[in-house]
Design a protein around this ligand. Structure first.
Ligand code: KDG
Ligand code: MG
Length: 403
């Protein structure tokens, strides 16, 4: 028995908001879990402090599966991003504790390494095709084997995925949602041009990825998939919103471009049809928003039975605690595909010192016991919460559209 003595939530904003759960045991280690839900941070902080932490005190930290079931089944109100991010934070913290208690890095408890390193993809973006290719060449020189390409859309003032900064992208940019404008027609013209230019300049020895960010209809996505086929993309991400999982059947009938989806999924049920019918190639669900390591492993096992590989979300709104958890998971699961890596700022890394490292286009979680991430609470306290929203998106005639 490793008794949970106390738990608390730390909200900090070292350049962007992060919600972290810290669980302390009576005579044993402490554990960290990420509970950050971009633009809705305080809802998860309250869910944890007001409704979850009181139920944790006195429980055995070693009973990870039982505590997961207690919080999921026992709450009656199931699923949803707030609930599942809160459960994820508890789950991560308990795995961290178990690893520290065993004196082993988490991946060893998950069955050990299935590979030597974890291939990651970086984000090359620019307002023009030329800028994007220049960034991609820099990524390639830094050793990246896989690069996501996003460029501005001619005729639109700004586009998701395109940053003002060369290396850091932060879409939660204002204390009320920024309004952006979208044209599918303009977008569908530029992306094939971007990929044609990229293959010409970057050659064929690098994987190229693209994120549609849920903005097309199935038939539009099918068209884009077909247009990109000659350039052999590694994947086309979030081609349509997956609220209706059957939408992917239509895309699948028309294109052999590999499909990835799921960064907003929070449970296996969001992906059931997609996986079972092999309508996708990569599942993007991640540790923090999909119920923690315990639940993500279940999703991965189900995906493995259907030849679907993992491609965890790894944007900057997922804290270094999630990044570490994802890397332990990636290193261990048999059906790993790729890991997204948008590096955090130095300010964030200073609040969350970590053992994971990047070299030659790949990452490794390191050998520190547990997750291998610390929280510098003194530094964290110097960065108070600052309200920040993701943008919203409208068509040129003012109609609300998916951001
Ligand atoms: O919080 C939203 C971001 O994580 C998201 O916009 C980033 O789509 C994204 C990606 O693929 O990293
Ligand atoms: Mg995405």
């Amino acid at each position: 028995m490793l008794e949970i003595k106390s738990a608390r939530v730390v909200v900090t904003c070292p350049g962007r908001n992060f919600v972290t759960l810290k669980i302390e045991t009576a005579d044993g280690p402490t554990g960290l879990g990420d509970a950050t839900l971009n633009g809705r941070e305080l809802a998860v902080a309250s869910y944890l402090s007001d409704h979850v932490i009181p139920c944790l005190i006195g429980r055995d930290a070693h009973r990870i599966e039982d505590i997961w079931q207690y919080l999921y089944r026992g709450a009656y109100w199931r699923r949803g991003p707030v609930t599942m991010s809160a459960i994820a934070a508890v789950d991560m913290a308990l795995w961290d504790i178990k690893g520290k208690a065993a004196g082993l890095p988490l991946y060893q408890l998950l069955g050990g390494a299935s590979r030597e390193r974890v291939m990651v993809y970086g984000h090359a973006n620019g307002t023009t095709i030329g800028d994007t290719i220049d960034r991609a060449l820099e990524y390639r020189d830094q050793g990246y084997k896989a690069i996501r390409l996003q460029c501005g859309v001619p005729g639109l003032p700004a586009t998701y995925g395109v940053s003002k900064d060369k290396y850091f992208y932060e879409p939660a940019d204002a204390d009320l949602p920024t309004e952006t404008v979208w044209s599918t027609e303009k977008y569908l013209r530029v992306v094939p041009e971007l990929f044609a230019a990229a293959r010409e300049k970057l050659g064929w020895d690098v994987h190229l990825l693209h994120d549609v960010h849920h903005r097309l209809t199935p038939i539009e996505a099918a068209r884009l998939g077909k247009d990109l086929e000659p350039y052999r993309p590694f994947w086309l991400e979030d081609a349509v919103p997956a609220d209706n999982q059957e939408s992917f059947r239509l895309i699948r009938q028309h294109t052999t471009t590999p499909l990835a989806v799921g960064e907003v999924f929070n449970s296996i049920w969001d992906a059931k049809t997609l996986i079972q019918e092999q309508l996708i190639d990569y599942i993007r669900a991640t540790v923090v928003h999909a119920g923690g390591i315990t639940h993500l492993r279940r999703i991965a096992a189900f995906a493995d039975m259907h030849n679907v590989r993992t491609g965890c979300h790894g944007a900057t709104d997922l804290s270094p605690v999630t990044m570490a958890a994802a890397l332990h998971f990636d290193l261990s699961v048999p059906n790993f595909g790729i890991q997204e890596y948008m590096r955090h700022t130095d300010e964030t890394d200073a609040v969350f010192p970590h053992a994971y490292r990047f070299a030659d286009g790949a990452m490794h979680p390191g050998e520190a016991p547990g997750l291998g991430v610390e929280l510098d609470e003194e530094r964290a306290a110097r960065h108070p919460y600052k309200r920040a929203y993701l943008p919203v998106n409208r068509l040129e005639d003012g109609t609300m559209h998916d951001w």
